[in-house]
Design a protein. Sequence first.
Length: 347
Amino acid sequence: MINEMKALVKSEPREGLWLKTAPVPEIGPDDVLIRINKTGICGTDIHIWNWDAWAQKTVPVPLITGHEFSGEIVEMGRNVEGLSLGQRCSGEGHLIGKQSRQSRAGKFHLDPETRGIGVNEQGAFAQYLRLPAFNVVPLPDDISDDIGAILDPLGNAVHTALSFDLIGEDVLITGAGPIGIMAAAVARHAGARHVVITDINQDRLELATRVADVIPVNVTRDDLNDVKAQLGIMQGFDVGLEMSGNQVALDQMVEAMVMGGRIALLGIPPGKSPVDWSRIVFKAITLKGIYGREIFETWYKMIAMLQNGLDVSNILTHQFAAHDYTQGFATMKSGLSGKVLLDWNEI
Ligand code: NAD
Ligand code: ZN
């Protein structure tokens, strides 16, 4: 086994990420070592690259970044059972504690001690990743390494979209970023009647229509009320998925909802933002915050849906060799992409 690897590291507290040589992680008795094949670049990685206020208070330096990955198990700790060397896998990047009431009740995604790989702990933008065996999700043969590398954000989309019953419902998604678009595909797959997706970026809306059977609305020039009327939505949307983190989008969503509508909030506003609470109260709206994925129910459902016709492959718009990571990040930052992958076999 080699003992050095290449990794994309936040090695200095300033803008950028740097390809460095790092020791291959040592695994403990309950861990596995994963040789990374593909990784996805996430909005979170862009925050870390930019070294914005959130990143400065959250991310320790030095840190190997990245949390969206697929790979193969190459080493296993002595306590690991039920996995095998050579197993293709992805994995849950939220590392949880086992002591909290929520964890002990099996609600692992609600554990307050959660720490993220590539954010608080050493991450996946590297040739090798150490991961607790508990977090490993084996990949069935019919799920590619490329799709395996985006199961983390697809999981965000699935967790959000499946928060409320969608069958026969009219669904509004604000924000046609990669996660909003994938949520639209999930809502369609799950049996929604109409799925409307809004954005201010026309390229993203066009991408949405290449991934899923959705109605795109550019809110800089189209009126959501007209769209509602054209679709015969009498009162308002039944279910809202907020996936932009933008306050204007949330206001618009609340306005467009039916009385008693249900809204799942995934988008993260940059700071505190004003909300018209009386509107939410008088519309009797239910709000649900979404963090991460349900461990491991979201993973189970997501893989089952992918094996049963859910197709998000068109969200993968770019792929670069890992050593061309600067191009990958520039593409992601341009807003003209879907998901951007890095290939760690080319380093
Ligand atoms: P993204 O930034 O790529 O997409 C957001 C989209 O919203 C962009 O296309 C942007 O143009 C659009 N937008 C901006 N203003 C808008 C408006 N007024 N109306 C409609 N759309 C508007 O992000 P993403 O990677 O798809 O992630 C979606 C959101 O989810 C982000 O806010 C991200 O931070 C958040 N997120 C949350 C979790 C969680 O666990 N809660 C996990 C991952 C991502
Ligand atoms: Zn991510």
